[in-house]
Ligand binder design. Sequence first.
Ligand code: XIL
Length: 454
Amino acid sequence: MRAALVSTLVTATTGAAVLLATSASAGTTLGASAAESGRYFGTAVAANKLSDSTYVGILNREFNMVTAENEMKIDATEPQQGQFSYANADRIVNHARGQGMRVRGHTLAWHSQQPGWMQNMSGTALRNAMLNHVTQVATYYRGKIYAWDVVNEAFADGSTGARRDSNLQRTGDDWIEAAFRAARAADPGAKLCYNDYNTDDWTHAKTQAVYRMVQDFKQRGVPIDCVGLQSHFNSQSPVPSNYQTTLQNFANLGVDVQITELDIEGSGTAQAQNYERVVKACLAVTRCTGITVWGIRDTDSWRSSGTPLLFDGSGNKKAAYTSTLNALNSGGSTVPTSTTTSTTEPTGPTTTTTIPGPGGCTASVSLNSWNGGFVATVKVTAGSSAINGWTVTTNLPSGASVTNAWNADRSGNSGAVQWRNVSYNGRLAAGTSTEFGFQGTGSASGLTPTCAAG
Ligand code: XIL
């Protein structure tokens, strides 16, 4: 889209050079440059560094997404069973929101950084404690989280493609989908991600195993919206040549893909080139919606001896920063929340009109279920542009069927049911919502509506 715009301007008038400079505006910070293609650029943040002015200065200037490095993990948020502690996580969330940054939640269910009480649990008691944790934390942060890493690192390394052995895994294979369902019920507005490392190389057994799980979840209607690739790279685990293929293949399953914990050990040009490759791979994949680096300065890194980040210990920009910024500014696919068209009047200014694309709205559902029936209330929300109509698709599980509905026209009453706006609720201003509902028999558990504008 941008290439087309630029060529129009170049051929248009003698003032082309000036117009080109403003229209193809290159961002000067990581966040602004990523935003040009509808993406975000984030960092892990540690609450105890929010009093470090150099750190906060870079954070506020460069980033528009934040992940708590440790403060939302299970040991931090539920140190004693049933006693929740959010003070440090809140410091990060409040700082981010105060700066207009969004927050990735990390993480609700994980074998690591469990509090002692949970490490000692097993069986049904552990399953219930895990589900309660997911529900409590996702409910507490409901409406404040862009995406949750619902489950982290559940697959084993090596060639088996098996699940990682853990106390959670020993509660039964379905612990992952149970966690996702609980998270959806608690915060229907958050994107729900599966997050892991060593899932960057398409040929690796672990990558394949995660892919098959996500494919299975999509087929069975388990609520999952995104896959996070941690992407911790070093000489033992370099950026694979097929990295973009991996991102694209996950995206093709109908989920967003995010690079969630990027760091690349090294220095100088080699490191800069590796960062450039990773950024360009994301930009080439329409549904790669953002990149998060795992810390700000090398000295902030969990692997500080490998100097894997974009700023040196003094907060200076490294070569890897420049290559990352340039790669973000080099264009690439635009994330399809909206499409932008531009027209150039022969003598007048450039006019930009934003037309909602297929991703111009989102839908979430709230279910009221009983044995044998349910009422579903579906909320349709316009994206960053106004929309003139919407179609929502709900894939009802087998055995479920719709008996009556309100505030939407329906086609079908089982399986993939489509809902179209009626005359009075199709037009939604940017960011505003409307609701429709339906009653049905059977169970609609796990229902994940999708929305298309237009
Ligand atoms: C790391 C933190 O950076 C460290 O401060 C902490 O001691 C251990 O955890 N995968 C993840 C992250 O999902 O949560 C980990 O973060 C790094 C690996």
